[in-house]
Ligand binder design. Structure first.
Ligand code: AMP
Ligand code: FE
Ligand code: FE
Ligand code: ZN
Length: 284
């Protein structure tokens, strides 16, 4: 019997996914997946609910997170697996990032409200309590108000990072991120490293430094990576001894990405589990 698919990147309503952790787990089980990682932005708040929901489904949950980092003007996402969620530095740093995101979202909304009918309450209405707030929640409020047809359209217009309403939020550097994840017993994987066009923040030499610090792998099989970028990264991964992962980056109905559309091989998952010492997979 072929191994059931392994999808190591998915979001829930704990960040900018549209399904609760329980709904995500149910959807993954229904899609026939064998393993799914719950990787909300800068938060581990969905882990316990996902474990509970997985009981009896036969699905394995890899506890994870997508840590925000900043490299110059670029927002660089670092997947983290199997780290200790109570590690002091992880707890403090992710709280700082979430707080920065909240205030940044307030300022973005304030600026948009000068030109469009939109209030902070509209945005709060699109997010669950304690969620890691992001532009997707503002996008959902803009959709609800009829200003744009969907999230993608909001990102291409009002919420574009080059637009006048945009601003960044605090995050550590990718190198600090890798160090912090490794120190918490976790396994860092650079998320969708080739989604950029001409401007390429994650050059070969930057990735080499991350590898020296303990980076485990590159998420090459992801729909947003460019074709040329994937080719380049496969060569680099082999040169640096980095593993290759694939995943959907599922966000419920918030993005077209479908569960299991990209997957990771069982041997890479085995190595990842062997490397992670801060928390354990949950076999449901
Ligand atoms: P933020 O973290 O607030 O800067 O917003 C970035 C998040 O928005 C990413 O994690 C993506 O999940 C989401 N996102 C980016 N581009 C799009 C898009 N075109 N359509 C839907 N969601 C998007
Ligand atoms: Fe997201
Ligand atoms: Fe991401
Ligand atoms: Zn993601």
């Amino acid at each position: 019997m072929p191994a059931r698919p392994i999808d190591l990147h998915a979001h829930t309503s704990v960040s900018d996914g549209t399904e609760t952790p329980s709904q995500l787990v149910r959807a993954a089980a229904e899609a026939g997946l064998g393993t799914i990682a719950i990787t909300d932005h800068d938060s581990t708040a969905g882990w316990q609910e996902a474990f509970t929901a997985a009981e009896g489904t036969g699905l394995t949950i890899i506890p994870g997170m997508e840590l925000s980092t900043n490299y110059g003007p670029a927002s660089v996402h670092m997947l983290a697996y199997l780290f200790d969620p109570l590690n002091a530095e992880i707890v403090t740093e992710t709280a700082r990032i979430r707080d920065g995101r909240l205030h940044r979202a307030e300022r973005i909304v304030e600026r948009i409200a000068a030109d469009y009918d939109l209030t902070w309450d509209d945005v709060i209405a699109e997010s669950s309590d304690g969620t890691t707030l992001g532009r997707p929640h503002i996008a959902d409020a803009l959709v609800r108000k009829g200003h744009v047809p969907n999230r993608s359209a909001a990102f291409e217009s009002i919420l574009h990072w080059r637009g006048s309403y945009y601003e960044k939020y605090y995050a550590p550097s990718p190198l600090e991120g890798v160090r912090m994840i490794v120190a918490a017993g976790g396994v860092p994987v650079l998320a969708h490293p080739a989604t950029y066009g001409k401007y390429r923040p994650m050059t070969d030499s930057v990735i080499r430094k991350l590898a020296d610090e303990g980076l485990f792998g590159l998420e090459i099989d992801h729909r947003d990576n460019t074709h040329d970028g994937k080719e380049r990264l496969r060569v680099l991964a082999s040169k640096l001894g980095l593993e290759i992962t694939g995943a959907s980056d599922y966000h419920g109905v918030g993005k077209p990405n479908l569960l299991g559309e990209n997957t990771t091989t069982p041997d890479v998952l085995e190595k990842l589990i062997a490397r992670g010492t801060g928390s354990a997979p949950f076999a449901g």
